[in-house]
Design a protein around this ligand. Structure first.
Ligand code: PCA
Length: 210
């Protein structure tokens, strides 16, 4: 199955983003039943959505798995809901804060992930890997790209399972914050095992869950 796997460049005070590192690592990994198309997105509301839609059009994947960093999360997290809100503080918007904008003024309130989330969760837990489900992807760029791509898939009535994992900090990121507080982290190796098994499960399941 051809799956589009995306990550993001570093943002905020970091020079590394676990999502980009995982994409780089899995590009070189053979995953049973999976042919990967990969791309790294800018952490920018216009550029990220435009590039994602362009790569989607060009590569015509049969499924889409997006990855993003979410510092403070305890485990890799499957996002279930993408809301029609764009809102972020100035520190994440090059000095410009955005408050309570609609991603698509004509669009529905939210889209739900169409990945086989229960199968992925079962498979990961049985393999002894950490995962949790979440009902909020936030209101920043990860939520936005999730909303935008699910909206495009929905409008075209495509049978393309699609969703996003938020990934906790890598150990080096948590270590760099030691003077601020104790942050949870997950190793790159564990992140890669989690996402590799999630991709394998998506390829086996094939159909959107909703
Ligand atoms: N995480 C941010 C955007 C880029 C990323 O890796 C988010 O959670 O929206």
């Amino acid at each position: 199955m051809k799956i589009l796997l995306t990550g993001f460049v570093p943002f905020g005070k970091f020079k590394i983003n676990p999502s980009e590192e995982v994409v780089r690592c899995l590009r070189e990994t053979k995953i049973p039943g999976v042919e990967l198309v990969t791309t790294i997105l800018a952490v920018h509301p216009k550029d990220a959505a435009e590039k994602l839609l362009k790569v989607f059009e060009e590569s015509k994947p049969e499924a889409v798995l997006m990855l993003g960093e979410s510092g403070g999360h305890m485990a890799p997290t499957i996002e279930r809901v993408f809301v029609n809100i764009l809102e972020y503080p100035a520190e994440f918007g090059n000095g410009i804060a955005v408050s309570d904008q609609a991603i698509d003024p004509e669009g529905p309130t939210a889209f739900l992930a169409t990945l086989p989330i229960w199968d992925i969760q079962d498979r990961l837990l049985k393999a002894g890997l950490p995962v949790r489900l979440s009902l909020s992807a936030g209101t920043y760029i990860c939520n936005q790209v999730g909303y935008v791509i699910l909206s495009a898939i929905h409008r075209r009535n495509l049978k393309v399972p699609c969703g996003l994992f938020h990934l906790p900090f890598l150990p080096s990121q948590a270590a760099s914050l030691a003077s601020v507080g104790a942050y949870p982290s997950v190793s790159l190796e564990t992140h890669c095992q989690v996402i590799s098994l999630a991709l394998e499960t998506i390829a086996q399941k094939r159909v959107p869950s909703l």
